[in-house]
Design a protein. Structure first.
Length: 60
């Protein structure tokens, strides 16, 4: 019976750890700004679009 409890506990811990790793991570504003800076540096967006998006991020 002790073995059954041990297996249940191990499975519960594994399930919680799996759920934490799989859960979607929220993008924080500083992460969004870093992504925007990288896109601008790579030339994916022009200065006008960069400034518009940066202003939108900083106003929220």
């Amino acid at each position: 019976m002790l073995l059954v409890y041990g297996v249940v506990i191990v499975l519960a811990v594994w399930l919680v750890l799996w759920a934490i790793r799989v859960s979607p991570r929220r993008i924080r504003p500083d992460n969004a700004l870093a992504i925007l800076n990288e896109r601008f540096a790579r030339g994916e967006i022009d200065q006008q679009e960069y400034e518009q998006r940066k202003a939108a991020l900083l106003h929220h």
